[in-house]
Design a protein around this ligand. Structure first.
Ligand code: AKB
Length: 332
């Protein structure tokens, strides 16, 4: 067992030996805890600090360092970065698409003012900065099928507008100040142990909980709504791989990444192969449907595959088997 002084010494050596000291903001959302666990396996438990403005459940608190960090408070952010000798920041605080439309001032504050604070702190302390973008950064005038990295981006949600702003500001700080800004446009991410909060693609997570619990699911999108998706493990692996890739391999700073595209109907059919009594019904939420209808049906991520070797592991059948197994449902 290490004493606190030894632990501090070892993490100092790790950082001096080239191991990053990582801060994850918005760490209690859908991806933060899983990301911290992956990065801790790679860089050591004490080198990865999870943060949020919420109080963590005890299993999260005791699984590694956790601090309070509010991205709307620039001074608090500086203190966290300096006191913990942070070298990489992964900025996950964000208000997602559906909730953002219900509370535009909150989304504007967290997604835009928070972003400005994060960019300034990252510039000041010379951090490597990762911020996820999204398929929501595209809009109804973007090409919808195999949407390329560079195309028209005129989103119709505050979430999308703030993410286009993120991409442009990050790229500008990279060009103007040499900030090591890295950004991936995530599709809908499907996770077993954590819930998304307020997105349009959330149905693709909830459907598994309900299939296992009750054998039925009421979907808030139309059966034919095709959206790009990715299993959580692929998403986190893509993020770590991209963060570790040499900047010289990049032809740009914001890349599409994806794994598959499916509709609610196709997902339900795949689930029914394992849960034969499974039944899906539809009660469309017009606000979410309008958002989904303005987003790509599939992404072209060939440049991520070419430049830094991105490759997904999970297609629809593997996703469904894995999710049902993790929910304790025997799959045939
Ligand atoms: C959302 O649905 O808002 C998010 C996303 C695709 O960025 N999951």
């Amino acid at each position: 067992l290490q004493s606190p002084a030894e632990a501090r010494f070892h993490s100092a050596s790790a950082s001096e030996a080239g191991c990053p000291r990582v801060l994850i903001t918005g760490g209690l959302g859908q991806l933060g805890v899983g990301l911290a666990s992956l990065l801790r396996k790679r860089f050591g438990k004490d080198n990865v600090i999870l943060s949020d403005v919420k109080k963590p459940p005890s299993h999260v608190f005791y699984s590694g360092p956790f601090v309070y960090a509010n991205v709307l408070d620039a001074q608090n952010l500086c203190e966290v970065v300096v006191n913990n000798r942070i070298t990489w920041m992964l900025h996950y605080s964000a208000v997602l698409s559906a909730v953002g439309e219900a509370n535009v001032p909150l989304a504007r504050a967290v997604n835009i003012t928070g972003l400005h604070n994060v960019l300034d702190v990252a510039k000041e302390y010379n951090l490597r900065l990762f911020i996820p973008s999204t398929i929501g950064a595209f809009g109804p005038t973007s090409p919808r099928n195999r949407t390329p990295d560079l195309s028209v981006q005129r989103p119709r949600t505050i979430y999308g507008v703030s993410k286009v702003h993120t991409e442009l500001m990050g790229e500008y700080y990279n060009y103007r100040y040499g900030l090591d800004f890295r950004c991936l446009r995530y599709p809908g991410v499907i996770s077993a142990n954590s819930q998304p909060g307020g997105g349009t693609t959330d149905y693709a997570v909830q459907i598994f909980h309900d299939a296992v619990k009750s054998g039925k699911f009421e979907c808030n999108l139309r059966p034919s709504t095709r959206l790009p998706m990715m299993y959580m493990d692929d998403c986190l692996r893509a993020t770590l791989q991209f963060m570790e890739a040499p900047a010289e391999s990049f032809s740009m700073r914001t890349y599409n990444v994806t794994a598959m595209s499916f509709t609610p109907e196709e997902l339900a059919q795949e689930i029914a192969k394992h849960v034969p009594e499974f039944c899906i019904t539809y009660r469309v939420d017009p606000a979410r449907q309008a958002i989904a209808d303005s987003w790509p049906t599939s992404l072209d991520d060939s440049l991520a595959r070419r430049d830094w070797g991105w490759k997904h592991n999970f297609d629809l059948p593997e996703l469904v088997t894995t999710m049902l197994n993790l929910h304790g449902c025997d799959t045939r």
